[in-house]
Design a protein around this ligand. Structure first.
Ligand SMILES: NC(=O)C1=CN([C@@H]2O[C@H](COP(=O)(O)OP(=O)(O)OC[C@H]3O[C@@H](n4cnc5c(N)ncnc54)[C@H](O)[C@@H]3O)[C@@H](O)[C@H]2O)C=CC1
Ligand SMILES: CC(C)CC(=O)C(=O)O
Ligand SMILES: [Mg+2]
Length: 349
């Protein structure tokens, strides 16, 4: 049975890294026999150009009907003054598909340990996951106002939204080292106080899992000083957005980290955690690893397609070990030359 994958290439470097990722997937699938079909849809700024909307109804319908969704990245200065911004499309698809749990793994590839800003022994052992609440909080706040001299954003959380994301964090911890850190600002924010209350209610349902709390400012420091103290971090939308970009830097580059956004049912959406990188778009130097890892995360979690995921990951690691990497990691490879090198490794297996 052919797996249906909805492809949303997006803007700026989006189509560059999506193209690289799909070439690699095709090469690996040819060897393992993984059977899939892709359908490409306009999304973000390119969709605004084509249809006036960042999330056209046909794109949403196609994504909803797929077995999994692959997104590269959207947005950029071209649409800064557009009546609708590409980012509205991103928030809208997350909300429409109820993708409330955004899973962002932080691990240093064995071939990149020397390139991490962390001490080698800490880099080697760094392995944690940020579970970010994705469909509520301040990015979806109501009311909001913007007047000449005053602006207001609101952060609001309901019990049901907090319960399901904290449970998702505990479930993930059960498959890992069984430790959950709730990151909040409960010394100041009412929403954080509610998060703590609910976390304390849920924790006894998972007696094998230990839990602690960390204020977000201290957690930001610990991510770079003591990252090995974390296993699963569960946090709200804004904090998770910021902390995950910070966490990516300890792995060597923001251009390496994937994510999965999960709902209650229906397809998951897989995407790099970074944006459309307008500063390097068109130069052919975007790091394809974040997209490649988004694809392997999809293969593992949506399709249980371990053989294809392993083949791609082993080939990517071998390529990095050979010193072939893009400038964000200190190398001189282009997106294309790195992609070709990974495909050569895949075909060698
Ligand atoms: N999920 C999405 O589609 C997201 C979209 N955005 C949007 O992306 C646009 C640009 O945002 P920025 O703040 O510049 O953040 P960004 O994440 O696009 O870029 C930040 C820095 O990281 C570098 N970088 C990112 N990905 C890279 C890769 N694969 N290889 C090498 N270097 C890479 C960029 O060159 C830049 O220097 C904005 O419109 C923003 O709203 C931002 C985050 C997520
Ligand atoms: C529009 C933003 C919320 C996108 C972003 O920065 C992210 O999801 O990481
Ligand atoms: Mg972000």
């Amino acid at each position: 049975m052919s797996r249906q994958i909805a492809i949303l290439p997006g803007d700026y470097i989006g189509p560059e890294i999506m193209g690289a990722g799909l070439k690699i997937l095709a090469a690996a699938a040819k060897i393992t026999g993984f059977d899939y079909e892709t359908t490409t849809y306009p999304f973000g700024g390119s969709a605004i150009d084509a249809t006036g909307e960042p999330l056209p109804a046909s794109t949403l319908a196609g994504a909803q009907a797929a077995d999994a969704i692959l997104l590269a990245a959207i947005g950029g200065p071209k649409w800064d003054n557009a009546p609708q911004r590409p980012e509205q499309g991103l928030l809208a698809i997350r909300k429409a598909l109820h993708l409330f749990a955004n899973i962002r793994p932080t691990q240093v590839n064995p071939a990149l340990v020397e390139r991490s800003p962390l001490k080698t022994e800490i880099a080697r052992d760094t392995d944690f996951v940020i579970v970010r609440e994705l469909t509520s909080g301040i990015y979806f706040g109501e009311p909001r106002f913007l007047h000449d001299d005053e602006a207001l954003d609101t952060m609001r959380y309901q019990r049901s939204e907090i319960e399901r994301i904290i449970k998702a964090g505990f479930e993930l911890a059960m498959q890992r080292r069984k430790h959950v850190t709730i990151v909040d600002k409960a010394n100041v924010l009412a929403t954080s106080k509610l998060w703590r209350k609910i976390a304390n209610e849920i924790a006894p349902q998972y007696p094998a899992v230990t839990m602690d709390f960390e204020y977000v400012d201290a957690a930001a420091m610990k991510i770079v000083t003591h990252p090995t103290s974390f296993d699963v971090i569960v946090t709200e939308n804004l904090f998770g957005d910021i902390l995950s970009d910070e966490a990516a830097t300890v792995t060597g580059s923001l251009g390496t980290i994937p994510s999965e956004s999960r709902g209650v049912s229906g397809p998951s959406l897989y995407e790099p955690i970074h944006g459309s990188a307008p500063d390097i778009a068109g130069k052919g130097i975007a790091d394809p690893l974040s997209m490649i890892h988004s694809i392997t995360l999809m293969l593992r979690n949506s399709f249980q397609e371990t053989a294809t995921a392993d083949l791609i990951e082993q080939a990517a690691t071998a390529t990095l070990h050979a010193g072939i990497m893009t400038p964000d990691l200190g190398g001189t490879a282009t997106t294309d030359s790195m992609t070709d090198a990974i495909i050569t490794e895949i075909q060698r297996k």
